[in-house]
Every structure is written in C-alpha cells, then in structure tokens.
Design a protein around this ligand. Sequence first.
Ligand code: MLC
Ligand code: AMP
Length: 522
Amino acid sequence: MSASLLEVFLDHAHRAPERPLLTFEQERFTYGQLATHVTAFARGLKQRGLQAGERVALFLENSARFAIAYLGVQAAGGVVVLVNTAYRQVELAHILSDAEVCGCVTGAAGVAELAPLRAQLPSLQWLVTVERPAPAPPESLTEVPFDTLLAEGTLATAPLATPRPEDLAVLGYTSGTTGRSKGAMLLHRNLLANVRAVSEAWRWTEEDRLLLTLPLFHTHGLMVGLHGTLFTGASVDLRRRFNAAEVLAALRDDASLTMFFGVPTLYSRLLEEARASRVKPRALRLWVSGSAPLSPQLFADVEAELGARILERYGMTETVMNTTNPYEGERRPGTVGFPYPGQEARVVDVRTRQPLPRGETGEIEMRGPHVFAGYWRRQDATAESFDADGWFRTGDLGEVDADGYLRITGRARELIISGGFNVYPREVEEVLALHPGVAEVAVLGLPDADLGEQVVAVVVPHPGAPPPASQALVDWCKDRLASFKKPRQVVFTEALPRNALGKVQKHLLRAALVTPGTHTAR
Ligand code: MLC
Ligand code: AMP
C-alpha cells in the first residue's frame, strides 16, 4: 500500500514510463520523463542543503515546472507552501515568514516582489528561478536557475527517502478571520486519502484527460486536478490561465479531453463566449464545479446551452474535497451532494454543537482521513476548530435535505468568495484603515453576476477632511494586497451602524447597499 501520492505517481512512472502525463504549451511529458525531472529536482535541492521538513514556497504560475517543483520538494522530504501569484507584499511577507520558508521557487515577477521583503524574511536563503534572465535577487540570497538545479540533480546520487504517511506535505494558507491567514497542515496521508476518494467517486481512470485552467496554487486546480491525474495514471492538458475562447475551442476540437473543472465564474464566462461565438463543446464525461456556489440558474443554462449536466462538489483548503453530487445518480442543483467514500459530514447547532435533524440549518462539520492535522504553529486556532471527537468546524452553514443532499446556505465566518478566490474582509479593512483619509471602514461582499460576489468597502472619511477619491482607495489596496481583493465599489457614509457592543452591523450595510439610499450614499 502506497504511503503518499508521490509514491503512487513514481510507481506509475516505473510501470508505464511511456504513458502520456502532461502537456503545457509546447512541452510534453510522459510519466517517466516527469519522474526523471522530479527526482533530479529533489536531488538538486538536497545537494544544496534542503533538510527534511523544511518549507519551500511555490510562488509560481501554472506550468510543467510547477508540477516538477511541487513533487520535487516533496520527494526531497520538504514541505510545499502554496502562494497565490496575485499576492503582494502584505500577504507574501506574512506567509513566508509565518511558514519560515528556507527557499522559494518563483518567476521574474516573484523575484521583484520578494526583493523589498528581504529584511522581513530572515529564514529565506535561496530562490529557484524559472525565468532567465531573472532580476538580480538581493545579495544575501542565493539564486539558482531552475534548469541549473535540474542539471545538478541529474548528476547527483543522493538517496531519496519516500515520505511517510504522517509527514507534512503541504501548508495551505487560508481563513484569515483575524486578517492574517493560517497555514493548514496537510499530511501525505490526508492528500492520499482524499484523492483516492475523489477518483473513486468520479470514476476517474487512466483513460481520462483533463483540461485544467485553474491555478495550481489552490486546492481546486492542484489537489483535485493535478492530484487526481497523478493518482489515476491519467493525463492533463494544463493551461497557464483560463481563457474562455481558447477553452471552448479546445473543448470543440480535442476529442481526447474527457473532463473539465471550473469555479462558477468559469462556467458563466464559457456560456457567454459560447453565446457570442456560437462555438459548442463536445460532450465530456465529466464537468465539475466547486469552490463557490453554482446557482441553479447557471446549472440549468449550462445544461440547456452546452449540454453539460455539471457535477457540483464542496471543498476547502483544510480538508480538500468534502462532499460531491453523485456521478451516477441525480445531480441536484443548489446542493453539494454527499460525503465522499470514507468521509463523514454532519450539520450541528451552532450553539449546542449537537447534530441537527434533516432540514435544519447549522454549521457543517467534517471528519475523516482527509481532514488536516491542524494550523501551523497555531494550537489555539487548531483547538477551536475541532471537537473532542475529531469533528472539524468548517465555518460553512448548511442543511441536509430530505434525500440526504447537503445544501450550503451561508457562512458562519466572514468570507467573500470572488471568482473562486477568497477575500477576508478584515484583511482589506486593515489595509484601508491605514489610509490617512479613512476614519472607519467596513468591507463586505455583494452579489456580482460574473464573480458571484464582489468586494465593497464602506468608508467613513476623516471628519473635516474631504473624502478621499474612490480610485485612490482602490489603488491603495492594489499597492499592498492581491489585486482581486481591491474594492469594486467604494461607498462613503457618515457613520457605520453598530450594535450595543460596538460591532459593525454589516447586515444593515448590506441591506442598505442592495436597496441603495437607505443608510449610505454612493
Ligand atoms: C482576477 N481579478 C479578479 C479575480 N480574478 N477580481 C476579483 N475576483 C477574482 N477572482 C481581477 C484582477 O485582480 C485584475 O484586476 C483583473 O481581474 C484581471 O486579472 P486576470 O488575472 O487577467 O483575470 P481573469 O483571468 O479574468 O481571472 C478570473 C478567473 C480567476 C475567474 C479566471 O479569478 C480564477 O482563475 N479563479 C479561480 C480561482 C480558484 O481556482 N479557486 C479555487 C480555490 S480552492 P486589475 O485591476 O489588476 O486589472 C477552494 C476549495 C474548493 O476554494 O472547494 O475548491
Ligand atoms: P478555501 O478556504 O479557499 O479552500 O475555500 C473554501 C470555501 O469555499 C468553503 O469553506 C466554502 O465556503 C466555499 N466552497 C467550496 N465549494 C463550494 C460550493 N460548491 N458551494 C459553495 N461554497 C463552496
């Protein structure tokens, strides 16, 4: 029995080295070729001193090199720290210092973004750069071009120990309810258990070929798309990014494709593109949506116009995939189906923590071999997230319908999901509050036809001063945070509604903004 996904992948490579695995732009890799690169990358890292358990950040766009670095770090005994490429200095400094990374694999933009943070990142020793020429890194950092590391590793003979099930594989940063994200510790056995469950539920086999345009730095693209491919011995057509016209053309022309995975925004953009271009995709074996709610309307439109009955599933960084609509049975719009094989889900009363009967709304909890091992160096947050019986509190609200389908009805925590990316209002509020023209600020999510939800900031300007221009506040955010977190709307008001304890009543702001004119002026 394999102890890790890495081992399963290397086993495929050993038994069927010629089997096609991955295409990316002009590059093609069989299982054997990718495994050779992974082993060389791992040996290169070890030769340069990487110790078991040390953290290495991947701050990298989609490419074959992402997959090589991801598996290579694990093969060297290291822990991968995933970083969204849109992150700017505030997010980067926090994640890289919290995880105490010793190295980072990145591109030219990443080197430039990291340079001013050097003083805040004493643990960071080296960069592996995927582009030549990369900008010169700060003098105190060793820079190794990706290909040089591979060449060094090819000559090296250092033995590689395969990871044990309890070893830490990945730190996925998430859930910044305090404005700062926490590293979810995913062990090799968590990842293996989940990918096994997902591939079984979706009948994923080596005959499948996935069109993957989601970013690999998040759960959906990486731990569903890439992991499932590697586990089953299947293949993937990996794209640098999502482009609706290119995706539709591929889905029309490439008969080898059998699966497509997306967040709801990808489906609404595909639909728009299909309407405009009249291009229709071929029938695929499986279309999956997740990471954000898929509206029953979009589900119905995609079925009517693209001929695809989407399978919606529910997941999160801490647990990878939680529940799924059935592959063979009814895919019920507006629901996320049932727990995967070997995993448990339940809905509990948020006060008593007792399980609720069907039809009643409470917090969704998960238990099973896929559930992460806790938050990195955050015993307090870990303890708060689990009960004595090992149930993990997801922070999502839901109910189970009469037939056992789970329906997500809301979130217990403050979280905006915009185009499948998470935005924690507190983080944006903290950045806006530092602007000299801002006295108070509340950030919330409002419905958005393209993104599902959009970020909106309600700002109280400093009294006596003219209110700052909206664009100045948007730019202030963009200079400090990932651009997708910037407010799409800035609304000025004289005071924020607060309850007796002084807490901002965002539901009143939301209601006023959805029916403008009640509390705030735009
Ligand atoms: C990009 N922009 C966004 C945005 N994505 N704004 C709000 N929300 C988003 N999601 C902004 C950029 O900041 C930029 O602004 C402008 O749009 C153009 O950037 P882009 O990169 O060219 O955008 P685009 O290619 O259109 O990206 C849209 C997208 C992308 C939907 C393809 O957001 C995406 O790949 N989303 C998928 C996210 C994902 O994989 N989530 C899974 C998480 S895992 P400006 O002003 O700078 O020009 C998870 C668990 C689970 O949740 O269950 O799966
Ligand atoms: P992340 O922390 O980035 O992994 O985001 C996980 C969150 O995305 C979950 O806690 C849910 O709130 C949300 N999510 C994932 N899948 C779905 C879905 N199918 N429907 C609604 N929300 C979802």
